[in-house]
Design a protein around this ligand. Structure first.
Ligand SMILES: *Cc1c(COP(=O)(O)O)cnc(C)c1O
Length: 388
């Protein structure tokens, strides 16, 4: 029998969330009171000032047509202005800013534009699965870089074998990090830029969580002098502004790499809905508004409640400085699938097993802080009842 399934799909890593997802649906169908820390999707609505701008923009006939291209000049100007205010980095809005239909879309299409078949991408493990998918779909090879708690969840660049480096073209980074919540310092980015220069690599730094922080503002890799020669950075409005459903993000940095990505995109999509770009401008201009700060304060309170609850229950867990994730070591040296299955079975609490982000995520589970304070506190109590 013919199966309409290309060989390349068989090379994707196994989707380990399926099992926990199935059990979650069973629990919900059985009427159990499930507390879900699984999905990395903000639970709060998009702030009203952004929705309001959208409501106006949607009535303009000019927005009803294809928008085409790399983003409207107004959107790209707003990105450049945001970038200069936030990071002190000047960007040419024409050539160094590219609008994306979500950073996931950019990450998937980028290797098709820059990687030749057989060339290697250096990819963090644990990590966001799209770095692997994009590389494989482009016919590239993946070399996984192990992240570890001992190394602050940063890759040990000097541990990458010389023969791998000779065939490598892309180096993926993701800080603030999903799933570990680690933050990279500017000095790590300096090291990465130097390394990329020496080995002729393009750094692809995924900064989807750059604005979700509780401590000092995380740096951009483009703050490193000369970084634009070897790096691009992807930013997203999804997590900062509770806009995951809107599909709006942007890539900045190396003009040549962005032009290659734009060329792929020109063949795949016909631009972001003009009204969404207008709303995106409103969002970027309003990033310092109190409602955005309140949102992060709420993540901070949830974080403190969850970390406090886990520690009382005897878990070893670091306080995240950024992202809305808590990355916690499994109790009693248990593996992540056992831990997450038992939490669902015995406490009706859903978390993501670390193994789902790669072999080096084993031994940890990820909580998303997308559950309100009282339910987060309730989950802490339930977890404390489990007899590991
Ligand atoms: C959520 C997320 C993204 C994707 O965000 P978009 O909605 O596609 O902009 C990219 N990278 C990481 C690490 C994420 O967690």
């Amino acid at each position: 029998m013919t199966t309409w399934r290309a060989e390349r799909l068989n090379h994707l890593p196994p989707y380990l969330f399926v099992e926990i997802d199935r059990k979650k649906k069973e629990a919900l169908a059985a009427g159990r009171d499930v507390i879900d820390f699984g999905v990395g999707d903000p639970d709060q609505p998009t702030p009203a000032f952004i929705v309001e701008r959208m409501a106006q923009a949607i009535r303009k006939p000019a927005n009803h047509r294809y928008s085409f291209g790399t983003g409207t000049p107004e959107f790209r100007n707003a990105v450049a202005a945001f970038f200069e205010r936030r990071f002190g980095v000047r960007l040419d809005p024409q050539s160094e800013v590219l609008a994306l239909l979500g950073s996931k879309e950019g990450l998937l299409h980028l290797p098709t534009g820059v990687l030749n078949p057989g060339e290697t991408a250096l990819i963090p493990d644990p990590g966001y699965p799209v770095y692997i998918a994009g590389t494989l779909f482009a016919g590239g090879k993946c070399h996984m870089m192990a992240l570890s708690e001992a190394n602050g969840w940063l890759p040990d660049l000097d541990a990458i074998p010389a023969d791998v480096l000779r065939g490598a073209k892309l180096l993926y980074l993701n800080y603030p990090n999903n799933p570990t919540a680690a933050v990279a310092s500017l000095s790590f980015f300096e090291k990465a830029v130097l390394f990329a220069r020496r080995h002729k690599l393009l750094v692809v730094q995924d900064a989807a969580y750059s604005e979700v922080y509780f401590d000092d503002p995380p740096p951009s890799i483009l703050q490193v002098p000369g970084a634009k020669e070897v790096a691009i950075e992807l930013h997203s409005l999804s997590k900062t502004f509770n806009m995951t459903g809107w599909r709006v993000a942007f890539a900045v940095g190396n003009a040549d790499a962005l032009a290659s990505l734009a060329k792929v995109k020109n063949n795949a999509d016909s631009g972001i809905f003009g009204a969404v770009q207008e709303a995106g401008i409103e969002a970027l201009n309003g990033v310092s508004r109190p409602e955005i700060k309140q949102q992060f304060d709420s993540y901070r309170r949830r974080r403190d409640i969850l970390v406090g609850g886990l520690r009382e229950a005897g878990w070893s867990v670091a306080v995240p400085k950024a992202t809305f994730y808590v990355w916690a070591r499994c109790p009693k040296g248990l593996d992540s699938m056992t831990t997450s299955s038992r939490m669902l079975a015995e406490a009706n609490v859903v978390v993501i097993p670390g193994l789902g982000f790669g072999p080096h995520g084993e031994g940890y589970v990820r909580f998303a802080l997308t559950v309100d304070e009282s339910r987060t506190a309730e989950a802490g109590k339930r977890i404390a009842q489990i007899k590991w």
